[in-house]
Design a protein around this ligand. Structure first.
Ligand SMILES: [Zn+2]
Length: 491
């Protein structure tokens, strides 16, 4: 059989991948979805548990109102239709980290459906449909390392059991690993803006499973899909999909059949491996949860929740491009988190000239960050610092050159602009008599160049400007220097 690396480009071009993503987002409630246990991450194992989340016989679940509000808010931000009545269902399966023997989820009557996320693909806008968003409880966690005796046994931590999750299922409309990456980035951004989850992948508050199949281009029917589970970064998901698509094409090209199975991605090797076959597909025997009433989110409650919906990133970017005259790319950078966008806008509005703040971010800040491989959140210069520097240039207190030097110092010392400015206190010389005095000295010291200038070699002016700036230690106002210098040289 051909290995993925050996598939020819022409063979690849004959197939198209079909990708669907299932994203689990942990909702930021302080207590669990069906009991009052804390959801705090990092608590000692099995300390945040009670009879309900331990699945003791007879214990009854009580739905957390906040979890519902958060899920509805996320669904609205993702353009979903909210179903006024949804139904919790038992998903039955046995697993050591699932003490009840079933998970409370939603099945045929989910909380929300028919949403979409806008992505950019190959320079064009594209909508990826969201099939459904439903509420469910998380399972516990099996621990294979990090405790005494871990070499011969596995331990179970049930702190996570019953933590509220929103599961967001996309339509199989994602056509490439790059689109998958873009979809996840936009989805995460929107959820972060709503504030219902911190989407922290390291702590497991955002998890993603990918379904992928290939089919000959133009064919309507889907190929057999494989599911890739437990990949812990968007980049790895893109890489895993890349590998898996090539693997499946190689199988089909050599006359084989893709098996329906769950596969795990090994990031070190950049390969996926079969974990278990899905030939004997799980039958979860879903049935309505008898201990919970149908969930009703009526029109009044929906309106209340909709009222708390913040301005979402896409619209915010459009507004910022218009308001501050920045490029779409810069708007993207400045809205990467809601906090940053808020800081930028507060600073820009407080500054004398908001556009100058935006310009400085583009021209002075982003380049320095990129050169040092820093994210904007790691910048030594805060947005308030940028605003202050913009005002100083605006009022003529410092020149553009001084600002650049101060920014360099900020990055060198890892200190914010106001601190460095305080230490350096550079003053621009705007007093014409002081500048004239320097010009006179420079002219007196360079009689040969004065002669050249007066003989018609006007380019010598540049030499004089340089000398005057040097003599003033870069502090003379360049515009004044130019003006006064040409006056003196012409006389
Ligand atoms: Zn509990």
């Amino acid at each position: 059989m051909a290995t993925p690396a050996e598939i020819s480009t022409s063979a690849r071009a004959r197939y198209e991948p079909v990708i669907g993503l299932e994203v689990h987002v942990q909702l930021l409630t302080t207590s669990k979805i069906f009991c009052s246990c804390s959801t705090r991450f990092g608590a000692p194992p099995n300390s945040n548990v009670c009879p309900v989340c331990l699945g003791m016989p007879g214990a009854l679940p009580v739905l957390n109102r906040k979890a519902v509000e958060f899920a509805v808010l996320a669904a609205m931000a993702l353009n979903c239709r909210i179903n006024e009545t949804s139904v919790f269902a038992r998903k039955n399966y046995f697993y050591p980290d699932l003490p009840k023997g079933y998970q409370i989820s939603q099945y045929d009557k989910p909380l929300a459906e028919f949403g979409w996320v806008k992505i950019t693909s190959g320079g064009h806008d594209k909508r990826i449909g969201i099939t459904r968003l439903h509420l469910e409880e998380d399972a516990g966690k099996s621990l294979h390392e990090g405790f005494a005796g871990s070499s011969e046994s596995t331990a179970i931590d049930l702190n996570r059991t019953g933590v509220p999750l929103a599961e967001i299922v996309s339509e199989p409309e994602i056509a490439s690993p790059d689109e998958a990456y873009e979809y996840l980035t936009r989805l995460r951004e929107i959820v972060l803006y709503t504030g219902v989850s911190d989407c922290n992948m390291e702590e497991g508050s955002l998890r993603c499973d990918a379904n992928v199949s290939v089919r000959p281009r133009g064919q309507k029917a889907f190929g057999t899909k494989a599911e890739i589970k437990n990949v812990n970064s968007f980049r790895f998901i893109r890489d895993a999909l890349e590998y898996e698509i090539e693997r499946q094409i190689a199988v089909v090209e050599s006359g084989g059949r893709v098996t329906q199975e769950t596969r795990l991605y090994n990031a070190q090797e950049g390969k996926t491996y079969s974990m278990r076959s899905k030939e004997a597909a799980h039958d979860y025997r879903y049935f309505p949860e008898p201990d919970l009433l149908p969930l009703v989110v009526d029109a009044k409650w929906q309106t209340e929740i909709r009222g708390t919906l913040p301005e979402l990133p896409e619209l915010r970017r459009q507004r910022m491009v218009g308001e501050y005259g920045i490029s779409g790319y810069d708007a993207q950078v400045l809205t990467v988190t809601k906090t940053l966008a808020d800081q930028f806008e507060t600073a820009a509005k407080a500054a004398k000239n908001p556009k100058r703040v935006a310009n400085l971010v583009q021209s002075e800040l982003l380049g320095r960050l990129k050169a040092r491989n820093l994210e904007i959140e790691q910048s030594p210069i805060t947005m308030q610092g940028v605003a202050m520097s913009a005002d100083l240039v605006e009022s003529g207190t410092i020149s553009g050159k001084m600002l650049k030097d101060l920014y360099d110092l900020s990055f060198e010392r890892n200190q914010d602009f106001p601190t460095v400015y305080d230490q350096e206190k550079p003053q621009q010389i705007t007093d014409s008599s002081a500048i004239e005095k320097i010009i006179d000295e420079v002219i007196a010291a360079n009689p040969r160049q004065v002669e050249q200038y007066r003989a018609g070699k006007k380019t010598v002016a540049g030499f004089f400007v340089g000398q005057v700036m040097k003599a003033s230690k870069g502090q003379a106002n360049p515009q004044l220097v130019n003006e006064l210098l040409s006056k003196k040289l012409e006389s």
